[in-house]
Ligand binder design. Structure first.
Ligand code: ZN
Length: 131
């Protein structure tokens, strides 16, 4: 079974698809990187007014931390699109897995918050090798 198959079963998006998954180094350790791509011909969503808008360009790839798997940190890799919104002008698109400039996915933040009810935030950060 592929990581992509697991993600499509538990964390599927309407307008984005999972691509390649591979090992990459993160802070001296092996981590799993999973690429995300926008579906072909799908428009981006303006992050200011949440309307669909035509594409403008794409930014450099960004990493978004997801729930760790079998001791490996997991990151989504995605090149955010900028959209040309008729109302707001050129803005960065909104993506379903993260808010604004956060490097954590929403799912990972919920995961950490769940553990922080049982442990201190310091213990959670140490246990899951995050900040
Ligand atoms: Zn807009």
């Amino acid at each position: 079974m592929q990581i992509k198959t697991i993600l499509n079963n538990c964390h599927k998006f309407k307008s984005f698809v999972y691509g390649r998954a591979y090992f990459a180094e993160h802070a001296g350790k092996q981590a799993i990187h999973v690429e995300i791509e926008a579906r072909k011909n799908s428009q981006g969503i303006c992050s200011r007014c949440q309307r669909l808008a035509p594409g403008y360009d794409r930014l450099k790839a960004r990493k978004f931390e997801f729930i760790p798997l079998w001791g490996f940190l997991v990151f989504f890799i995605y090149r955010m699109r900028r959209v040309e919104c008729p109302v707001c002008g050129v803005t960065v698109e909104e993506v379903p897995w993260a808010d604004g400039k956060h490097e954590q996915t929403k799912t990972h933040m919920q995961f950490l918050a769940h553990w922080a009810k049982k442990l201190s935030w310091k213990e959670v950060a140490e246990s899951f090798q995050t900040s």
